[in-house]
Design a protein around this ligand. Structure first.
Ligand code: IPE
Ligand code: IPE
Ligand code: MG
Length: 239
């Protein structure tokens, strides 16, 4: 790519929404929609290298999603377990490095073990960095980060006078990741529902009508192309 070429979104974050409505339209249970949604992920991950997307972050379960029925929550948790078991090898072979963000404390032991194993298995991969937000909430993440930072201050290892935005960012779950350039939300809802609050301060947003189980690599490619036409100013005046 020559230097004059438009810059693509190196990091795309996706709020995968609309699984329930997709199922409902077909007269099927919500879990059927979640299964269909999980199947889309493989295609979107596979599309990343050609689109110049090195980092893909997907919202799989929020800290608020525990409010759903016990049947839906446990169905989702077993879907996550099965998904990791089934996809681990393919992800590894395709050069995907997988990370999880969110609070693992509330997740069941078996799932956490699978998450740890997948992170370890793919730790040396570098083609695509896939981050899965699971029991993730932006406010919860900032609160957990603040707690850890406060401990460092209390222990005398950080001077409160030295604390700035960059200091706090080092304690977030995403400390190794660049900020998302583009955040996509499917299903027509124009809200961020507690996703990457801190990190998306200057992200570009796309709210699209497509329900997540209908989202294709072709539509993804269109959004990436549209991103390249946007002018990002980051608060400055561009001459
Ligand atoms: C997104 O789809 C997946 C999760 C939140 C786990 P939804 O389940 O929110 O689907 P809708 O929004 O009810 O259609
Ligand atoms: C956001 O979707 C969470 C995920 C996609 C995992 P929700 O469906 O939970 O968000 P709200 O309730 O419509 O805001
Ligand atoms: Mg939803």
């Amino acid at each position: 790519m020559d230097s004059a070429a438009p810059k693509g979104p190196g990091h795309v974050a996706v709020i995968m929404d609309g699984n329930g409505r997709w199922a409902q339209k077909r007269g099927r249970p919500r879990l059927f929609g979640h299964q269909a949604g999980a199947r889309r992920v493989r295609e979107i991950v596979a599309a990343c290298p050609d689109l110049g997307v090195k980092y893909l972050t997907i919202f799989a379960f929020s800290t608020e999603n525990w409010k759903r029925t016990q049947a839906e929550v446990s169905g989702l948790m077993s879907l996550f377990r099965r998904y990791i078991e089934r996809e681990a090898r393919t992800l590894f072979e395709r050069g995907v490095r997988v990370r999880f963000i969110g609070d693992r404390m509330k997740l069941d032991e078996k799932l956490v073990r699978l998450m740890d194993e997948l992170e370890l298995l793919t730790a040396d991969n570098d083609l695509i960095h896939l981050t899965v937000a699971l029991n993730y909430g932006g406010r919860d993440e900032v609160a957990r980060a603040t707690k850890r930072l406060a401990r460092e201050v209390a222990a005398g290892r950080i001077d409160p006078e030295d604390v700035d935005a960059e200091t706090l960012a080092r304690f977030l779950d995403t400390y190794v990741l660049p900020d998302p350039d583009l955040v996509i939300r499917t299903s027509g809802e124009a809200r961020i529902s507690n996703f990457l609050l801190w990190q998306s301060a200057y992200s570009e947003y796309e709210f699209i009508e497509t329900l997540w189980p209908d989202f294709t690599a072709a539509e993804f490619a269109k959004l990436v192309a549209a991103f390249q036409q946007r002018e990002r100013r980051f608060g400055a005046v561009v001459s």
